[in-house]
Design a protein around this ligand. Structure first.
Ligand code: PSU
Ligand code: MN
Length: 305
């Protein structure tokens, strides 16, 4: 049921650095054509930094690892018509031979199936703001806790309840590592007042840390919180109103389930005249670069063993 691109098959065999990329961010996270442009830039940036990109989706019932350019274009063009696939949807979309975009949770599942250890996204899903009423917690969190994957993310999306998201990660035993920061970044914004578990300052240090974790046979995922570059960061006071307004609209219009996150991202982008979309793209590129560097350092360490 899995089709792996020959380049990635080879990379797996020779233990070359590979970075997984999800496809929900393409289909549901950004509008066409910026989504396709972003996805292709992510692949290019990963290659430029010495690793092999593996964009993943389910295509006509087949788990596909390493999409071609035209497959990426097709997912981007069809956008919201493509099903958003998390753990609960996985077997259903395959048995129906349908096409689906993988969330962070879905991509982590494929990483586990194939042995891919590094993954770049924009911002991980988390605990939503009105948790006490709707109990909306992204499946990304539980899946990360179960996967042996190093996930690079610009913190958690600012549309979420970030303190609760961090509490949940702590409960699940996921280490939250600040990359060159002591504070957990909030997606569009570099700063926050919430501490990370600990800080690492370069890809070599992250690779050494991951090697230690492996030697101790401590299973479970690691979240690298990589702040958006300063020049693209949107200050809290500029984006808070848009986020609050979008969250309120989602409640009033009764948007629910897997549609909440795409709705919020779209509304915040509209309310900021596209500024949040530009920030989103830049932070994803920044994460791709770091994930590739960590993957490369890790494969160098492994070669020495
Ligand atoms: N990062 C982004 N944009 C996105 C996502 C991540 O910059 O659209 C997607 C990922 O696929 C993640 C999903 O798994 O948002 C979270 O959705 P939910 O809250 O429904 O679990
Ligand atoms: Mn949800």
């Amino acid at each position: 049921m899995i089709r792996i691109h020959p380049d990635i098959k080879k990379a797996l065999k020779y233990r070359q650095p590979i970075v997984a990329l999800e496809s929900t961010i393409i289909a549901h996270g950004m509008p066409y054509p910026q989504n396709v442009e972003t996805a292709l830039n992510c692949e290019r940036i990963i290659r430029e930094n010495g690793a092999i990109p593996a964009t993943m989706a389910i295509l006509s019932g087949e788990i596909t690892v390493g999409l071609t350019i035209s497959e990426i274009e097709s997912i981007g063009l069809h956008g919201k018509e493509v099903r958003k696939i998390s753990r609960r949807d996985f077997a259903d979309v395959i048995y129906r031979k349908e096409t689906g975009a993988l969330t962070v949770a879905g991509t982590l599942m494929v990483c586990a199936m194939t042995g891919i250890r590094f993954f770049a996204t924009g911002g991980i899903g988390g605990v939503h703001r009105n948790f006490s009423e709707i109990m909306d917690v992204s499946a990304d969190l539980d899946e990360l806790a179960e996967s042996n994957v190093c996930l690079v993310s610009a913190g958690a999306k600012a549309i979420l309840d970030i303190p609760k998201t961090l509490e949940y990660l702590e409960t699940k035993g996921v280490s939250v590592i600040g990359y060159q920061t002591n504070l957990f970044p909030q997606f569009y914004t570099r700063e926050s007042s919430l501490p990370v578990d600990f800080r690492l300052d370069n890809p070599e240090a992250v690779a050494q840390y991951l090697k230690t974790k492996d030697q101790l046979e401590i299973n479970g995922g690691v979240l690298i919180a990589n702040p958006i570059p300063e020049i693209y960061s949107i200050p809290n006071e500029l984006i808070d109103d848009a986020i609050n307004k979008a969250v309120k609209e989602a409640e009033q219009t009764g948007v629910s389930g897997s549609e909440v996150t795409p709705f919020l991202l779209k509304r915040v982008s509209e309310l900021t005249d596209g500024r949040s979309l530009e920030a989103n793209r830049r932070l994803v590129y920044n994460n791709c670069e770091l994930a590739a560097k960590i993957a490369l350092e890790s494969s160098k360490l492994e070669a020495k063993r």
